[in-house]
Design a protein around this ligand. Structure first.
Ligand code: ADP
Length: 459
């Protein structure tokens, strides 16, 4: 049948657009490695390589009750964590969904909302219980704030710029720890903000808890970012602070910004260019826009819309529902790829239920193949970033583990395998010894109190 042939022809075109050869990947790794070095040695670089003031690995002996607040992109999570020592812990947590408006309104209002959720959580889980909190007693709170901040100490952080679609006003360039403390005071919460950290740093430390071979952590969620432990002597730009050069400090790479503005190194298609142009931050987060959960669905949607415009897909049907930007969630790509039926019933369901569109089997096979191309490219590009840290740090000889977290990593079928394949394409057989795994649910939250403990020790 003619339709089928056409879809197969189209697919070939997209295959060549979205496929990354091992050779191309190695070129990206080389440029990436140089970029990481540059960020360590100079201030104001595109990939900022942010010092976190989290010194060295946890001992596993940390104990106590701690509150954790995680503002990550899609959800706001509040947790009460009890560290029992010996690397063991218990978590009680509640999730709150953020609206698009909340991400764009005044920053102080956003932090007020965080404090409000915290208040509800404390009242439900701590406040009422007799003898839980003595008068005058306050709980230490770690704030996982996963946007690039430049820090001078662990309980401080100036927001460099919003990412992941956030745009709250009056926040960029300001100390978000200070702003959040204001909100805590407003709601009269018996809580003390003791640490501001990034989710990647959290995952790094928490993963090391679970597996001491861990050297790197990567987040694949709304955004994409990584952290690793660096020798202070190799962080040229903080030499003047006089920190013991023999010490180690976690670095929050903010690698989502790799290749921003220049667009020299990454293979961008015209769909990626549209995603970028229509984003609230054109030019920025170039690497992240090819990889993370916020964008993959949109890339696929743009390809489909192109084929609608060309009269290839959905002729005679009303496609307005599919023409709305960001209506195609990355979770749909997961569902499409994991559809176990020959008829691709799951894909029928997605298109009829969410977009009121009928599909032919050939079209469904095409959509699934397209999802695979876009998901695979994302995983292989991530492998390039991991490989850059691995080669820069010389981890390949002994092998190492990479702690990974986020919905894309945990829920997208085959994503982890594709990262693994990518590492082997870059490093050959040795790439097999760079293993990655998800440490534990909510593991990133563990860090918060560890850094708190460390801060106490450090006076
Ligand atoms: P955050 O990054 O906000 O902390 P997550 O790690 O849950 O939170 O990532 C949210 C992103 O993951 C969203 O962009 C969403 O589209 C994507 N996502 C959610 N579920 C899935 C899924 N099953 N497969 C792939 N992506 C998913």
């Amino acid at each position: 049948h003619a339709t089928k042939k056409t879809m197969a022809d189209h697919l070939r075109k997209y295959e060549s657009l979205f496929t990354l050869t091992p050779q191309r990947m190695r070129m990206i790794v080389e440029a990436f490695t140089e970029t990481l070095e540059l960020g360590l040695n100079k201030t104001n670089q595109i990939v900022p390589m942010i010092p976190t003031y989290v010194f060295g690995w946890p001992s596993g002996k940390e104990t106590g009750d701690f509150l954790a607040l995680d503002l990550g992109g899609t959800n706001l999570r509040v947790c009460l964590v009890t560290l029992q020592g010996e690397g063991k812990f218990e978590i009680t947590q509640t999730k709150y969904r953020l609206t698009e408006e909340q991400k764009q309104e005044d920053g102080q209002k956003l932090f007020d909302f965080c404090a409000e959720c915290l208040k509800t959580f404390v009242e439900t889980n701590i406040g009422e219980g007799p003898g839980q909190l003595k008068p005058g007693q306050s709980l230490p709170l770690g704030f996982t704030f996963s946007y690039p901040c430049s820090q001078e100490r662990i309980d401080h952080g100036e927001l460099i710029r919003w990412t992941k679609g956030f745009g709250a006003t009056n926040t960029e360039g300001r100390d978000v720890a200070e702003m959040f403390k204001k909100s805590l005071e407003k709601y009269e919460l018996p809580i003390q903000l003791t640490a501001l950290i990034n989710d990647t740093t959290g995952t790094l430390i928490a993963s090391h808890y679970v597996n001491p071979r861990t050297k790197i952590a990567v987040i694949f969620g709304t955004g994409c970012n990584a952290a690793y432990m660096e020798h202070v002597k190799d962080i040229g730009k903080i030499e003047h602070l006089g920190i013991d050069p023999g010490a180690e400090m976690a670095i929050n790479c903010e690698w989502g910004a790799f290749d921003s503005f220049e667009h020299e190194h990454l293979p961008r298609t015209k769909y990626d260019a549209v995603v970028d142009d229509t984003s609230n931050k054109p030019g920025e987060q170039a690497f992240e826009k090819l990889i993370s959960g916020r964008y993959l669905g949109e890339i696929l949607r743009l390809v489909i819309c192109e084929l609608i415009d060309e009269g290839v897909l959905f002729l005679g049907q009303n496609t307005y529902k599919l023409e709305k930007p960001y209506c195609f969630d990355t979770a749909f790509l997961s569902l499409m790829e994991s559809d176990p039926t020959d008829e691709l019933l799951m894909i029928i369901g997605i298109f009829t239920h969410f977009f009121a569109l009928e599909t032919t089997l050939a079209e469904r096979q095409f959509f699934r193949a397209l999802a695979m191309l876009i998901g695979r490219r994302a995983a292989r590009l991530s492998a390039c970033g991991i490989a850059a840290i691995v080669s820069k740090q010389g981890y390949l000889e002994e092998g190492c583990s990479v702690g990974a977290d986020g919905s894309l990593y945990n829920k997208y079928p085959g994503f982890a395998d594709r990262v693994h394949e990518g590492l082997q394409d870059i490093f050959g057989d040795k790439g097999r010894y760079v293993r990655h795994y998800c440490p534990a649910p909510s593991a990133n939250l563990v860090l918060i109190f560890i850094s708190y403990d460390k801060k106490q020790k450090r006076r």
